[in-house]
Write a protein that binds this ligand. Sequence first.
Ligand code: IPE
Ligand code: IPE
Ligand code: MG
Length: 228
Amino acid sequence: MNEFPLRHLAIIMDGNGRWARERGLKRVKGHEKGAEMIRGITTYCASHKSIETVTFYAFSTENWKRPKMEVEFLMKLLDRYLKNELETYQKHGVRFQAIGNLSEFSPALQKRIKETEELTRNNTRLTQILALNYGGRLEIVDTVNRLIKAGKTEITEEDISSHLQTPYSDIDFLIRTSGEERISNFLLWQISYAELYFTPTLWPDFTPEELDAILKNYQQRTRRFGGV
Ligand code: IPE
Ligand code: IPE
Ligand code: MG
């Protein structure tokens, strides 16, 4: 029995493209369906007794390598997603926050992100973090540079943990969909003792029911953190 409550869940939403291809659809149709699936998982997390934060990997610093048309579609989808989700955030007490290098997004999209953060800032049931133009290495380097600018000459682990872009707790449990078993530059600092789970389910097929079953697996794990 896991004595550490699951407070911070992280999810690498992977497999949208394969989901679409399997159905003879364009990759972007997979992204569209994938975006719709976030709501159910978020509301599940909002009603869960111990989860305080759920962080979704939505766009990595490496995803700019994709065809221009796909990247542009993802940007539009993100804007539409935030606009449509506001109602869900307010109804379920979800605070929205973004992490990543947002300055590379269009001014309109940056505005939408900031506005959504502002409008939901007093919600307390759950924090939903979207990692957008996010890279784990970049986050660590940015944090160290900020500390240097502030005059630090020697940097501790505690300094980094408390000066990350959004200084939030370590990840307890990381789930990746689509059968790929890698981290792809997600939350490198925060996952040092996270429990990992890889499911073959493609993200557009991932339901709250499957999440519920996977969380039972977390409950059975013994976390030792290097102890006995
Ligand atoms: C994840 O699905 C969504 C993003 C990375 C934006 P993919 O688009 O990576 O789907 P696959 O891995 O090609 O199936
Ligand atoms: C990781 O998925 C990024 C997101 C889910 C946003 P990718 O599909 O981009 O990762 P790789 O290329 O398979 O490692
Ligand atoms: Mg992928």
